[in-house]
Design a protein around this ligand. Structure first.
Ligand code: MG
Ligand code: ZN
Length: 263
């Protein structure tokens, strides 16, 4: 039985959401960069990531108990993540019961689009606490209040558009996917290697635009292969759905592997 359609909005206010970054700049946190020199900042960053690991572990145990497969989708802004997810839901919903958590700094635009699939959608807006540029494990834990895990097989998290820090924050997911649009340039994997190292699959999106671009597809694939040789790369267009089948097959395989014989 499919969960009833609906959308819930969750605006999180985190006064205690310090992860070592300096006031007024939300990107220089985590292990990416520490502005203030000295051991203090590094210790704070380590504590935050350690705390995140604990919460992520709790999420992971809950997802295991409830037999819910969790997919964390990450990308830079404008990669076509939401369109990819819309089309993916259409293909998965006949077979699996799914829910979505959407992270954005502001707006519910993406959640509105995804709710049209009929899957329950929880929107997280981080603008109320400084516009955090990633979803941390405790934010996911909070969002789970709005989702009935007993009634779903699959939870997809659309992370905040950013190739840097979402890669550092484990949320308790089973698999991570990075979506990269061919309009972004073939040098992005080399510039953001951590994202490609921690992900289990890469989607090269908008291949319908290749005739109009000087994009070097081979170079992109080669770089990704150097960073993460085992990672499958799906070349597709969420718009035309070219190349979509292999991606959908991969997701289905992952979900079935988690659900085991109960599916
Ligand atoms: Mg989006
Ligand atoms: Zn961040």
């Amino acid at each position: 039985m499919l969960p009833s359609p609906g959308e819930k909005q969750l605006v999180l206010r985190h006064h205690d959401h310090s992860h070592g970054h300096q006031h007024g700049h939300s990107h220089d946190h985590g292990l990416v960069e520490t502005r203030s020199k000295g051991s203090h900042t590094i210790k704070v960053v380590k504590r935050v990531l350690d705390a995140n690991e604990v919460t992520a572990g709790r999420n992971r145990r809950l997802f295991a108990d409830k037999k819910v497969f969790v997919l964390n989708m990450m990308s830079s802004p404008g990669s076509g993540k939401t369109t990819t997810l819309e089309k993916t839901l259409v293909q998965l919903l006949p077979e699996f019961r799914a829910a979505v958590i959407v992270g954005d700094i502001c707006t519910t635009n993406d959640a509105d689009r995804l709710a049209a699939s009929g899957a329950p959608v929880v929107q997280i807006n981080t603008d109320k606490f400084g516009g955090d540029c990633h979803l941390a494990a405790h934010v996911i834990e909070k969002a789970l209040d709005g989702i009935d895990l007993d009634s779903i097989d699959l939870l997809i998290v659309e992370n905040i558009g950013n190739l840097v820090c979402p890669a550092e924050f484990d949320i308790g997911e089973d698999k991570r996917v990075v979506v990269l649009s061919v309009t972004e340039g073939e040098d992005k994997p080399a510039k953001y290697p951590l994202m490609f190292r921690v992900c289990d699959a890469a989607l090269l999106n908008k291949i319908d635009l290749l005739p109009y671009l000087d994009y070097n597809l081979e170079e992109a694939e080669h770089t990704i292969g150097q960073i993460n040789p085992a990672m499958p790369i799906f070349k597709l267009s969420a718009k035309t759905e070219e190349g979509f089948e292999a991606w959908i097959d991969w997701v289905k395989q992952q979900v079935k592997a988690k659900l085991g014989n109960s599916s």
